[in-house]
Design a protein around this ligand. Sequence first.
Ligand code: AMP
Ligand code: MG
Length: 414
Amino acid sequence: MQPVCATILLRMLSFEDARQLVITQTKAHATARHTVTLSVSDALGYILAQEVRCDREYPPFDRSTRDGYAVRAKEALRGARLLCAGEIKAGDTVSEQLAPGTCVQIMTGAAIPPSADAVVMIEYTRRENETVIFDRATQPGQNFIPRGSEARSGDLALFPGLRLGFAEMAVAAQVGATTLLCHKKPRVAILSTGDEVVPITETPGPFHIRNSNTVSLSAQIRLAGGEPVPLVNALDRADDLSTKIQQGLRDDILVLSGGVSMGKYDLVEPVLKGMGAEFYFDAVALRPGKPTVFGRCGKTWLFGLPGNPISTMVTFQLFVIPAIDILNGAAARPLPLLQATLSEPVQEKPGLTHFLPSRLEWQGQSPQVRALPWQGSGDIAALTRAHCFLVVPADRPDIPAGEKVSVLPRFDVL
Ligand code: AMP
Ligand code: MG
């Protein structure tokens, strides 16, 4: 096949509108996901497909949050002396009432005996043989977590659509849910393109480059909650592209790198079009990442990301993550923008939102951000020194030092 003519131009969108379009389109076509049962320890990053309910009350007994003495608060006045009637440690069975005029030594996590209504920290007491002297007044309920105050038996602890992080996994473990029904991760095919791109296991010729994008995209897909399916690089020829794209159309998402600019050999969009794809956008007012393409072919979502490595990484984070979230059966995560103070001025061209590799530094509690020197969107080494991207708005390209700016953390670093 001969090279087909260049890109089909749609309206250029702001990155916010483009991202929103990814969310609305993928949501509108959402279908039921397949599920898999996993051991709770293996479920990190999966999306829950079931309810998990509390098997009993939490805490299951009146629990002490401190090492100290369990007391009747009205008896443990400032200067009061109470007889220590024994000790309770975590795990001990407790049934006996606390006798009037006594206290009992208690450890953090232990059950508070019936009739006691407070725990006094050991630091606020003195001990004389079997007598305990209290240094300050005691409030009922202090250091005392009543049985069932966190959750009742049968309460919903985790719900479908929830992303399983370490806290959610701990709740499942706490209520005895040792296996969890989760959504299968969406399969994301990766197709790098370019005559200059060679496999990383080969020695590149003098004008060739190694295929780093397939490696970085696999890592980004895995971190985002997808299952990467790397394909063999496609040459800048319509026939080879079309054969390899066909393979990618077996999966939920196909991410292409390269071949989406205006060059004579940038054939991704026309080839996809020839295969029946529809497009929602093919230009975003963004640098790096302007020629990004989003569309759909059959049941497969398509992302054509520009091939320069930092463009590929930024556009993946902005546009592909929300699609992975939605295909996973979750809500799209909001873009985790932070506010920081600019420590050195920046000056960029107007009309495009710039994402500049930057470093965050903390002065006390407030973050300061500084753009790093870089040679443009091929300079991956610069990105290894960056925590984040400084966002320079399209309509505010000159920003003096000292202003508050938005930063997008690298989602693998911060
Ligand atoms: P393109 O978007 O196809 O014009 O590619 C732009 C530049 O990105 C190329 O000149 C390469 O230097 C680089 N590039 C393209 N594909 C890859 C890849 N798979 N891995 C690393 N760099 C790439
Ligand atoms: Mg190319």
